[in-house]
Design a protein around this ligand. Structure first.
Ligand SMILES: [Zn+2]
Length: 320
C-alpha cells in the first residue's frame, strides 16, 4: 500500500512538472527566436515601413552592415526603392543614379538608369574608355567606348556586288547573316543594298576631318563619329538602302525599313540608332544603320525594345 501511494505521489508531482518543463522550453524557445528575429535587419526594415518584398530586395543589394544601418537612419527611402525596382538597375551605379537624379528631377527613373548605365551623363567625347575588343560580335564602339588605330575586325570579307555597292566589306559572320536576311527580304519583293559597311580608323579619320573642315567641329560631331568611335569600325554594321529608296532621306519611309524593324532581329541585326533614343546612343536617328550582334542579343534587344548600348551595359558589362 505504501508503495502504491508513493507511486501515486510521484505521478501527481511528476506529470505536471514534466508538462511545465515542456511548455517552458517551447515558450522559451519561442521568446528566444522572437528576440533573435527582432535583431535582424529584415525585422528592422519591415518595422521601418518596407514591405517584405522590398526588404528582400534591399537586403540582397545592401550586404554590408554599414550600408544597412544607413538605410535605417533615415525614413523609408522611396527614391532608392523606386530605382532598385527598375529592370536595368545596376547596384554599383546607385550613387551616380542618385547624383544625376538630384540634378535632373524631371527625368523618369527609367531615363536616369539608361543614361547612367550607358555613360551618357558626360558630354560626348569628354570622358572615354577603351572598348573591350574581346567581346567579339558584342563589341561596343560609341562616343564613350573607343578603339585604337590598330583595331581591325577578324576575317573581313568583300560583300558580293549582288548585295552591295562596290568596295564594301564586312566581318564574315555578319556578311553571311546579311545574305540570309537579304534573301528573306527578297521573298517579300524587297531588294536591300549595302551602301556603307566596314570603315577603318584611317578612313573614318579622313571622313571626320573633311566634314570638320567643311562644317566646323560642332556640325561634324553631329554628323560623323570621330575616328576610333565609329560603329562601322566593328566590321559588323551596314548602312543599307532598298533598290527603290536609295537615299538617307527616303529610306525611313520605305517598306524595307518597316520590314527590317519587324524581322532583322531574326537574322541577328538590330537598329543601332533608333528614333527617340538619341540621349542613350549619343547619335542622331539613323534608320539605315543596322548592326550585327548575333541572334540571341538581337532577340533580347528587339523584345525588350532597348538600344544596343543599354543591352551592353546590363547584359554584357554588368554580367562580366
Ligand atoms: Zn552608319
Amino acid at each position: 500500500m505504501v508503495k502504491l501511494k508513493l507511486k501515486k505521489k510521484v505521478w501527481q508531482i511528476g506529470i505536471p512538472l514534466l508538462l511545465t518543463t515542456i511548455v517552458g522550453i517551447i515558450l522559451g524557445t519561442n521568446f528566444y527566436n522572437d528576440y533573435k528575429y527582432k535583431q535582424t535587419y529584415e525585422y528592422k526594415l519591415i518595422s521601418h515601413g518596407y514591405t517584405k518584398e522590398e526588404t528582400e530586395k534591399l537586403l540582397n543589394y545592401f550586404q554590408d552592415e554599414e550600408k544597412r544601418n544607413q538605410l535605417l537612419e533615415k525614413e523609408k527611402n522611396s527614391t532608392i526603392l523606386e530605382l532598385i525596382k527598375e529592370k536595368y538597375y545596376i547596384h554599383s551605379n546607385l550613387e551616380s543614379y542618385l547624383a544625376y537624379k538630384e540634378k535632373n528631377k524631371k527625368k523618369s527613373n527609367n531615363e536616369i538608369i539608361a543614361v547612367i548605365n550607358t555613360h551618357q551623363e558626360e558630354n560626348a567625347y569628354e570622358e572615354t574608355k577603351e572598348s573591350d575588343t574581346e567581346k567579339g560580335i558584342l563589341i561596343n564602339i560609341n562616343k564613350f567606348y573607343k578603339v585604337n588605330e590598330d583595331y581591325e575586325p577578324q576575317e573581313i570579307t568583300n560583300i558580293n556586288l549582288q548585295y552591295a555597292y562596290a568596295n564594301n566589306k564586312l566581318a564574315n559572320v555578319a556578311n553571311e547573316a546579311f545574305v540570309t536576311m537579304w534573301n528573306a527580304a527578297k521573298e517579300q519583293d524587297l531588294q536591300l543594298i549595302v551602301n556603307t559597311s566596314y570603315r577603318s580608323y584611317k578612313s573614318q579619320e579622313t571622313m571626320y576631318e573633311n566634314t570638320k573642315a567643311a562644317n566646323g567641329s560642332r556640325t561634324a560631331d553631329n554628323m560623323v563619329a570621330r575616328p576610333g568611335h565609329s560603329d562601322h569600325q566593328t566590321g559588323l554594321s551596314i548602312d543599307v538602302y532598298e533598290k527603290n529608296y536609295q537615299t538617307m532621306a527616303t529610306f525611313k519611309d520605305s517598306p524595307a525599313y518597316t520590314w527590317l524593324k519587324e524581322n532583322a532581329y531574326k537574322y541577328g541585326f538590330i537598329e543601332r540608332y533608333p528614333e527617340g533614343k538619341e540621349y542613350i546612343t549619343g547619335f542622331t536617328y539613323e534608320p539605315w544603320h543596322w548592326r550585327y550582334v548575333g541572334e540571341e542579343a538581337a532577340k533580347t534587344i528587339h523584345e525588350e525594345n532597348i538600344t544596343f548600348d543599354e543591352y551592353y551595359a546590363y547584359y554584357v558589362e554588368n554580367q562580366a
